[in-house]
Design a protein. Sequence first.
Length: 253
Amino acid sequence: MKYRILFLLFLFTITSLIYGQGCMEASSDEGVSVVGYIQAQYEYVFQDSTDDTSAFTFNRVRFGLVGSIPYDISYYSMFEFSPNKDGAPYLLDGFITYSRLDPYLKISLGQFKSPFSLELNTPCQGLHTIKRSEVVSVLTSPDRDRGVLFNGHYGEMLKYAFAFTNGTGRDSLENNQNKVFAGRAVVTPIEYLSIGAGYKTGTSPPMETTVEDEDEMTRMSFDAEIKYGDLLVQGEYITAEDKGSHLEVVGDG
């Protein structure tokens, strides 16, 4: 059994928080802006034996380019450079957005976060802990994918987002015609209360060639947030079910 102690040593960000796809937004209507986020930490791991380990690591080292061009077009790109991430550097997010109908509707095309789960769609510098919870990381995988995203809001009453994506994740090319649907809506009936729900489903070719039926994936999430002054209470429930040629997996968190 492992116990980890994480200390946040350095945190850098010079942009406003946004609740959506990218961690940062362009600072002007034209031209390009350079944005970045560095999160260094010291980690001590207690093992059951005497083989304790300790290390200075980078949880996140992200830099990118964001900007807007005429007319109603914006672009967002973010790269992960942390040497502690497998395969780094790599493209984390990269998409263009058409916003003529903003705030009611924006259309993005590229690679982005799946619009599913409250915690997953909280930007990295808006998290209350240094890492996302393990259950969210597992049950929302893949957290990023390539496709088309539709999102918008109607005042403070309703926010929504839904996407059609490959379903193969950020580091794998599409190899079939199947697509994944993911969506999330948040309703704020009163000023201090927000209630959200998400749904994600899709199919993929079976992992075994002798199986005819496609593999199926279904995810559902429900969350609530109460924010009153400096008081913040959040909760989220996620259920997951996988069926097909691999072992059936059902999980809640």
